[in-house]
Design a protein around this ligand. Structure first.
Ligand SMILES: Cc1cc2nc3c(=O)[nH]c(=O)nc-3n(C[C@H](O)[C@H](O)[C@H](O)COP(=O)(O)OP(=O)(O)OC[C@H]3O[C@@H](n4cnc5c(N)ncnc54)[C@H](O)[C@@H]3O)c2cc1C
Length: 248
């Protein structure tokens, strides 16, 4: 059985509710990998279920189901009470829960695939990675994508940036994310925590853009620019585009 075929159904309440009725609040838990995240989103959309994201725990509280999510780089735990009968989540380790039922794979399954442009360069094998942190916003991440497209690189992100929805979880670099070994890693709006730097190979040349002169990233970077990334990234993209155009 493939990993994504294992669905954990968790009936809640004094009496576990047997499938297929799905009478009580039920959570479908998918593995927290790329396919699991995709299937969780598609399942939630198809069935109008609550999407809980990546959960770390699940419990019963007076008949309610309470799922726990980690946020702010692990500093905050958020308890979520789904407001629908069906919820969908992903988890690295399936939380302990009584009444677990394993479902077989559906007889037919069709998945519509949509090409995602930024997946053309894999994060793990990219020669250049542009890592974005909490110091960026949506527009900042779009700028990183533009620059990555110009230089044949990939965009990475810190855990808080992912928690903020600025990048998909598949782009997380660090202790609990991916390990990358590009020739150059440009850290933008990243403070330089050990948990993030743990995901960057020691032979990688680290460059940084940060608006705080005391940011720890400057202690580890080979070169750094103290600047507001919101102003600098568009200029950087323009300069790279012009240089590449002139070199053709
Ligand atoms: C068990 C555990 C595992 C973890 N695993 C990971 C992991 O895998 N990866 C990971 O990244 N984190 C991980 N973390 C979280 C980690 O501890 C930090 O919270 C996180 O790395 C900080 O991310 P950040 O640098 O984006 O945010 P911050 O520390 O908030 O830094 C944001 C930076 O942006 C700068 N900035 C703000 N505005 C601007 C601007 N306009 N222009 C330029 N710079 C700006 C600020 O000066 C600041 O330095 C983990 C934590 C725990 C407890």
């Amino acid at each position: 059985m493939n990993a994504w075929q294992v669905l954990s159904v968790r009936p809640v309440g004094p009496e576990p509710t047997p499938p297929p009725e799905f009478g009580g609040p039920t959570v479908l838990v998918f593995p927290a990998d790329q396919l699991g995240e995709t299937l969780a989103g598609a399942t939630a959309a198809a069935f109008g279920a609550s999407l809980l994201g990546r959960i770390t725990d699940m419990a019963h509280d007076r008949g309610d189901l309470v799922a726990t999510r980690s946020s702010h780089g692990g500093r905050v735990a958020i308890d979520i009470r789904p407001d629908s009968q069906l919820a969908v989540a992903t988890a690295n380790v399936l939380p302990e829960c009584d009444g677990e039922i394993e479902l077989g794979a559906p007889e037919t399954l069709s998945i519509d695939r949509t090409a995602i442009a930024d997946q053309s360069v894999a994060l793990e094998s990219a020669p250049v990675v542009l890592g974005g942190g909490r110091g960026l916003d949506d527009a900042g991440f779009r700028q990183l994508e533009t620059i990555a497209g110009l230089v044949g690189g990939a965009v990475g992100a810190s855990l808080p940036a992912i928690d903020l929805g600025l990048a998909p979880v598949s782009r997380q670099v660090g202790q609990s994310g991916k390990f990358v070994t590009p020739r150059v890693y440009l850290a933008v709006g990243l403070s330089g925590t050990p948990q993030h730097l743990a995901g960057i190979g020691s032979a990688t040349r680290l460059l940084a853009i940060n608006n705080d002169p005391d940011a720890a990233i400057f202690q580890f970077a080979e070169a750094g620019v103290m600047a507001d990334a919101r102003s600098l990234l568009p200029v950087l993209a323009k300069v790279i585009e012009e240089r590449l155009g002139a070199a053709k």
